[in-house]
Write a protein that binds this ligand. Structure first.
Ligand code: COA
Length: 429
């Protein structure tokens, strides 16, 4: 079989090489097409565009497969922790005992935000959305660590271990501080001897004279949620990180942009939207059937369902769905929202509207229910997604920064506006 594609435009033929990924994915390499033919390809929403070659994460949306650095998500979810998986995603290999120890110590050393940054929180109105604070403050870290944020990729890479640890560790501290500020509660500082997830819960829920000690089930559930969000190839926020990084922007600026992209309800904001939807259904006394009927006519959207890439069950949703039941049982908690969610899923998976469009539960469908049970307030849900996604953003920034022939990301467009207009002086309009 020829390893090239032929494109005929206005009777002229152009050959384009075929690129094959390690999992057999094929792409037509059209990089020379515009130069040769004057034509660009048009792919609004990029659903059919490979924007980069990457070693980090593989998804087969048709089969419902997700692997980080070649390891199945199911195995990592069962055996690994968020920190170990973060190391894997960022550095490409599972760490040895010594490596994970050194990585954890680096995270612990980098856990506290710079002193002067504390005042920033107080400047925000009490009801500020923590995603706005998170992106603003992560970007501000570049002012406090100018040696790591030179906007020269070679120099920034020389300090990569430190800057990556600062971003990964402080995203969690900033998140907890923004929550404490919104509640007008005193800040709780990170403790060196606590592990990543336990330290986050401590900064969220301890009080000056009473330490919050989480149930092991709670830490385990949060570890799992973060791990399952750790990377997901070229989604909206990760593509944003790569786009910003391609201009040689530093890591803090690039991942802060990722936080902004994550905020919207079609991406990371969906986990909040799911809970709002379930609460509204519960308040209406509906079991979800009316909502499903409305979703089919386009009046409503079944949040936590559907995915650009998965045309099968999102493997993360399967893992979270099971974990949700386990956490509830082990903590002895009952939540009517779980019953509604399960009913919605059951009905949707048998309904032709959802079947024909290949709409299945995604990662956000059950994650909010677990977060509610472990005490995370609803407006922090998307922030939790951001903490989880940080390893993926960092690894993608690194891949862009290390690319030997990296070019700035700069798509084309098809201009459809007015043309050839003549300027009319203001007093004659
Ligand atoms: N509820 C009801 N219908 C849905 C739907 C949902 N959650 N998601 C998609 N559809 C329908 C669309 O209306 C469209 O129907 P049509 O063919 O009759 O026009 C069809 O399914 C294809 O959807 P489309 O919007 O083209 O898919 P997309 O790839 O552009 O969008 C999402 C993917 C994730 C943005 C979309 O499924 C969605 O908005 N889901 C809810 C939000 C969510 O959970 N996001 C988190 C993703 S991890």
């Amino acid at each position: 079989m020829a390893n090239e594609a032929r494109i005929i435009v206005e009777d002229k033929e152009y050959t384009c090489p075929i690129i094959t990924g390690t999992e057999g994915e094929k792409a037509v390499d059209i990089r020379a097409l515009r130069g040769d033919s004057g034509y660009v390809t048009f792919d609004e929403g990029y659903a059919n565009t490979g924007s980069c070659q990457s070693n980090i994460t593989f998804i087969d949306g048709e089969k419902g497969i997700l692997r980080y650095r070649g390891y199945p998500i199911e195995e990592l979810a069962e055996h690994s922790t968020f920190v170990e998986t973060a190391y894997l995603i960022i550095y490409g290999e599972l760490p040895t005992c010594e490596q994970v120890e050194a990585f954890s110590s680096r995270l612990a050393r980098n856990a506290a935000v710079p002193n002067d940054m504390e005042h920033f929180f107080e400047g925000y109105p009490a009801k500020s959305h923590p995603m706005a604070i998170l992106s603003g403050l992560i970007n501000s870290l570049s002012c406090f660590y100018p040696q790591y944020a030179t906007n020269n990729h070679q120099e920034d890479l020389a300090n990569f271990d430190e800057v990556a640890a600062a971003a990964l560790s402080q995203v969690r501290t900033i998140a907890a501080m923004s929550y404490r500020m919104s509640q007008r509660l005193p800040y709780i500082y990170p403790k060196k001897d606590l592990r990543y997830v336990e330290n986050f819960l401590h900064m969220m829920f301890s009080e000056p004279y009473s330490e919050y000690i989480p149930e092991p089930e709670v830490s385990k559930a949060l570890n799992l949620i973060l791990l399952l969000h750790a990377d997901h190839e070229q989604n909206c926020s990760t593509s944003t990180v790569r786009m910003v990084a391609s201009s040689e922007a530093n890591l803090f600026a690039s991942v802060a942009a990722g936080v902004c992209a994550l905020w919207g309800p079609l991406h990371g904001g969906a986990n909040m939207a799911v809970i709002n939807m379930l609460e509204a259904i519960h308040a209406d006394g509906d079991d979800g059937s009316t909502f499903i009927a409305d979703a089919k006519t386009g009046r409503k959207k079944l949040m936590g369902f559907g995915h650009r890439v998965y045309k099968n069950y999102d493997p993360r949703a399967k893992i979270i769905g099971k974990a949700c039941e386990r956490v509830m049982n082990n903590l002895g908690v009952e939540d009517p929202l779980l019953d509604i969610a399960k009913h919605l899923e059951e009905v949707a998976l048998q309904d032709d509207y959802f079947i024909s469009r290949k709409l299945y539960p995604n990662v956000d469908f059950y994650s909010g229910i677990i977060m509610r049970v472990i005490g995370i307030p609803i407006n922090m849900f998307t922030v939790m997604f951001g903490i989880g996604r940080m390893p993926g953003w960092i690894a993608n920034w690194k891949e862009v920064a290390e690319h030997p022939n990296g070019r700035i990301y700069r798509p084309r467009q098809i201009y459809v506006g007015e043309n050839q207009r003549k300027y009319v002086p203001r007093d004659q309009r």
